[in-house]
Design a protein around this ligand. Structure first.
Ligand code: MLT
Ligand code: MN
Ligand code: ZN
Length: 310
C-alpha cells in the first residue's frame, strides 16, 4: 500500500495566515527549523494508479499540483482520484470537495451524521449538485452500529473498515455539544494482497482498549498529533480552548489520562506517525526538545509530501 501525506497540518495549516505566535512568526522570519504545512489529508493506493482521498482539505488544489501521482494521465480531462472518504464533517476535512467540482461525479463515502451536516448546516454536497454532482456511499455507523467494512469502487485491492471513535462534531454542527455515533470515524485500510494495515485517525479524542487494539493490529498508525499539551493554546495566549474541548488527545498525558505518546509506545506498529499538527505544537520546531523526545522513541511527524510504503 502506498500512502501520500498531502497535508499534515491542523485547521489553519502552518504558518497560519493571521498568526504571529512564536512558531508562525519564527517560520516567516526563517528563524525556525520547520516546514510549512497545508491542512491534513492523505491519499491511499494499492497500485500507485488509482487513489482514494481520506478527507479533502481546503488546500486540495495546491496538494494535487504538488503530487504528480494525482495529476491527470490520459485524455483531455481525467483524474486518478477515485473517491473521497470523510472522517468527519470538519471544515478542514471537507471543504476540498468544492475544489473537485470541475471533475466527474464525486464518489463520497461518509456516515449518516456527516451526510446530514453536509446537506443541512454546511450544505457543501447540496452545492456540488450544481457542479459535478455526488454519489453517496453510506457508511452505516449510527446508533448501536459502531463499525462497517466496505470497499471503494475501483480499488479492489484495498479493504476498508470504518470505526466510530470518540471525537467532536464541528463547531457548526448541532451535535457539537453531544456527540452522536458517526460524527467521527477512524479508518483501517488493509491491502488484501499482503495483509498490511494502516490505521488513520487525524482527530481522536481518547484512546480506550478498543482503539488501542485497532492501533496494535496496524503496521502503520497515522494519528492525531494536533496538540502536545492539553492547555497549549491557552499558554501561548492563542485561545482558551483545551485539547479535550476540541476533541483531540494531546501527546502528553496528565493525572487523569495517558497521552498519545504513551499510546503509541504501547503499539507495535513499525511506523508510528503523528499528523494534523496544530501551529501551536512545539513538535513543528525540529530543534525542539519535544521533537527530540519523539525521535528518541521512533515516532515520526508527518510532513507534506511524505510517502509511506507499507
Ligand atoms: C480541529 O480539528 O479542531 C480543527 O482543526 C479546527 C478547525 O478546523 O479550525
Ligand atoms: Mn482539524
Ligand atoms: Zn501560530
Amino acid at each position: 500500500m502506498k500512502i501520500l501525506v498531502l497535508g499534515s497540518g491542523a485547521g489553519g495549516g502552518f504558518p497560519q495566515w493571521n498568526c504571529n505566535c512564536r512558531q508562525c512568526a519564527g517560520h516567516r522570519m526563517g528563524a525556525l527549523t520547520a516546514h510549512a504545512r497545508t491542512q491534513s489529508s492523505i491519499a491511499v493506493s494499492a497500485d500507485g494508479e488509482s487513489w482514494v482521498l481520506l478527507n479533502a482539505s481546503p488546500d486540495i488544489g495546491q496538494q494535487i499540483r504538488d503530487h504528480a501521482q494525482l495529476h491527470p494521465r490520459h485524455g483531455l480531462r481525467s483524474t486518478p482520484i477515485k473517491a473521497v472518504v470523510l472522517m468527519d464533517a470538519q471544515i478542514d476535512h471537507v471543504t476540498g470537495l468544492l475544489g473537485l467540482r470541475e471533475g466527474p461525479c464525486l464518489d463520497v463515502y461518509a456516515t449518516p451524521c456527516v451526510f446530514e451536516d453536509l446537506t443541512t448546516v454546511f450544505p457543501v454536497l447540496s452545492v456540488l449538485e450544481h457542479y459535478c454532482g455526488t454519489r453517496w456511499h453510506m457508511l452505516p455507523i449510527a446508533g448501536s452500529q459502531t463499525s462497517a467494512a466496505f470497499v471503494v469502487d475501483g480499488m479492489p485491492s484495498l479493504r476498508f473498515k470504518a470505526v466510530a471513535i470518540p471525537g467532536k462534531a464541528p463547531p457548526y454542527s448541532p451535535h457539537r455539544q453531544e456527540q452522536a455515533v458517526g460524527d467521527n470515524i477512524a479508518l483501517l485500510v488493509e491491502d488484501v494482497v499482503d495483509g498490511r494495515r494502516l490505521f488513520y485517525s487525524p482527530g481522536l479524542a481518547e484512546v480506550g482498549t478498543q482503539e488501542l487494539q485497532w492501533m496494535s493490529d496496524a503496521d502503520c498508525v497515522l494519528v492525531d498529533g494536533t496538540f502536545w499539551a492539553e492547555e497549549e493554546m491557552r499558554h501561548a495566549g492563542l485561545s482558551g480552548k483545551t485539547a479535550s474541548e476540541m476533541g483531540h488527545l494531546p501527546q502528553i498525558g496528565d493525572d487523569t489520562r495517558i497521552g498519545m505518546l504513551d499510546v503509541m509506545l504501547a503499539t507495535k506498529a513499525s511506523r508510528k506517525v503523528l499528523i494534523h499538527i496544530n501551529n501551536s505544537n512545539p513538535i513543528l520546531d525540529e530543534a525542539s526538545e519535544q521533537r527530540r523526545l519523539l525521535d528518541g522513541h521512533g515516532i515520526e511527524v508527518a510532513y507534506d509530501g511524505m510517502e509511506i510504503t507499507l
